[in-house]
Design a protein around this ligand. Structure first.
Ligand code: UPG
Length: 491
């Protein structure tokens, strides 16, 4: 228990090495974790990245100024990875995502050399589950290792239950019902949860990539099991049943330490750049008593232009006020769209402070692809969602926020697959339901309650506040170095 509650400088602080996967949605929460550790003086941190990602990381870490940043050299000539690509956002298909994850694994010798030279030695390595090979590095150097995966406890549990029940063959043979709805699998352990084949297979991307993605998935699943712990960016008030289920049936021990987005103070997230023009635009909307929809569809999925034009038409038809953080920045949203909607809408083609936008008093709804960070930020800000899952863990998140938490309405594609088109009519209808309908009012009421719990969990004495301390206390104890084999006992 040497490092518990180390709020004074008289302790020798543990030294934590943190290595995120090179994708914004995976790096941002670990940057936020550094701010948390820094603010509470719980540890000193060395943060690993590559040259191509260093500017983003340095900006994110400003304010946590005693953090050491180590820049590794991303390997050149990785088959299937375009030259110069060092972040998953630039990867355009699941096949190249697998190649990219392999390219990242080639950083192993550099990581190990750096860890071996670290002074003082690392007390703990926190690494993304996509960096499955870091288990071996940590074991070689005698350092305990914690996995971070960035998904919800719900998705983490559903991922395991999918493996143990394997309902996919039966669902493949099942017919759609008379209304065209796909067959569902009822999760026996949580009978209120119903999942479709699409929900279960979307984590592996388009059908042609299923085999290599499953192989990667099993490597990272094994790496999680063989870690000394699992960090989950969530909080008990949101996901208690799933955290308890995980800790009862699976290993390693999982700690709920979020929402990490609330760890980053305003000064560390907005820098010195002053108030951006879109925040001033939102101020004007608030002054005029207008409710604004925020639209952002993630950093990873490359959404075809034809689909984004449907979104634009849908927003125009819905006649709601909106701010849309669109990407890629050069996308064409259709002739005259921005001009025709300029009194109601604002299209932003830069990186924005998403949490800042969601926390703005004028923002009353979020049309999201349902990435877990976006969901948590929306919950933290008390903003109800319209969710349109596209791949990875997103369909699990959508089922959770729509069916269980009742804080969101669902966007459906015309063929009910993740790759199908969400039409102008669908976008318009769902957005109006969220911003103007009964469903939106109900979702807003529910999310407001969760927002209070989110804030409480990260305040002094809150469940996430305590979990961070417990994790460090348990894993950075001096005797961990004598025996870093994770327990093989089934719990
Ligand atoms: O202009 C922008 C755009 C994005 N963000 C932030 O970028 C993050 C995006 O994360 P998320 O909403 O989770 O989306 P993805 O980047 O798509 O996340 C990937 O990683 C997540 C965590 O593992 C998964 O849940 C998703 O399915 C996966 O696509 C959030 O913190 C946003 O606030 C900004 O701050 N400014």
């Amino acid at each position: 228990m040497a490092f518990a509650s180390s709020s004074t400088e008289s302790h020798v602080l543990p030294h934590i090495a943190i290595f995120p996967f090179m994708a914004k949605g995976h790096t941002i929460p670990l940057i936020q974790l550094v701010h948390h550790l820094h603010r509470r003086r719980l540890a000193t941190v060395t943060f690993f990245t590559t040259h191509g990602n260093a500017a983003f990381v340095r900006e994110g870490l400003s304010g946590a100024d005693d953090t050491a940043i180590v820049e590794l050299v991303f390997p050149a000539d990785v088959s299937g990875v375009p030259p110069g690509v060092e972040s998953a956002e630039a990867v355009t298909s699941m096949a190249s995502f697998v190649a990219f994850a392999h390219g990242v694994s080639l950083l192993q010798p550099q990581l190990e050399a750096s860890l071996a030279a670290m002074e003082p030695p690392a007390s703990l390595l926190v690494a993304d589950a996509f960096l499955y090979w870091t288990n071996e590095s940590a074991a070689t150097l005698g350092v305990p290792k914690v996995s971070f995966f960035g998904i919800s406890a719900f998705a983490q549990v559903m991922r395991e239950l999918r493996i143990s029940h394997d309902p996919c063959p039966a669902l493949q043979l099942a017919d759609v019902d008379g209304d065209g709805n796909p067959a569902t699998f009822t999760v026996p352990e949580f009978p209120h949860i119903k999942l479709t084949l699409e929900d279960l297979m979307a984590p592996f991307g388009d059908p042609s990539s299923v085999a290599p993605m499953m192989e990667l998935d099993s490597k990272l699943g094994k790496a999680i099991v063989e870690s000394h712990g699992l960090i989950v960016n969530t909080f008990q008030g949101l996901e208690k049943p799933y955290m308890e289920f995980w800790n009862k049936h699976y290993r390693p021990t999982a700690w709920a330490i979020g929402p990490l987005c609330l760890s980053q103070t305003a000064s560390s997230s907005s820098g010195d750049a002053g108030r951006p023009s879109w925040m001033e635009w939102l101020d004007e909307k608030a002054a005029a008593g207008r409710a604004v929809l925020y639209v952002a569809l993630g950093t990873l999925a490359a959404i075809p232009e034809v689909q984004l034009k449907e979104v634009a038409d849908g927003l125009e038809r819905a006649e709601v006020d909106f701010i849309w953080a669109v990407r890629p920045d050069n996308i064409d949203l259709g002739a005259g769209f921005e001009e025709r909607t300029k009194d109601r809408g604002l299209v932003v083609r830069e990186w924005v402070d998403q949490l800042g936008i969601l926390q703005h008093q004028s923002v009353r709804g979020f049309l999201s692809h349902c990435g877990w960070n976006s969901v948590l930020e929306s919950v933290a800000a008390g903003v109800p969602l319209a969710v349109w899952p596209m791949h990875a863990d997103q369909p699990f998140n959508a089922a959770f926020v729509v069916d269980e938490l009742k804080i969101a309405v669902r966007v459906h594609t015309s063929d009910r697959t993740m790759r199908g088109l969400a039409t102008t009519e669908e976008i318009s209808e769902v957005v109006r339901k969220l911003m103007l309908g009964e469903a939106g009012i109900e979702a807003a009421k529910n999310v407001a309650g969760l927002s209070v719990l989110a804030v409480e969990s990260v305040l002094k004495g809150g469940s996430s506040w305590k979990s961070v301390e417990e994790m460090i206390s348990e894993l950075c104890a001096p005797n961990m170095h004598a025996n870093v084999e994770p327990s093989k006992e089934e719990s």
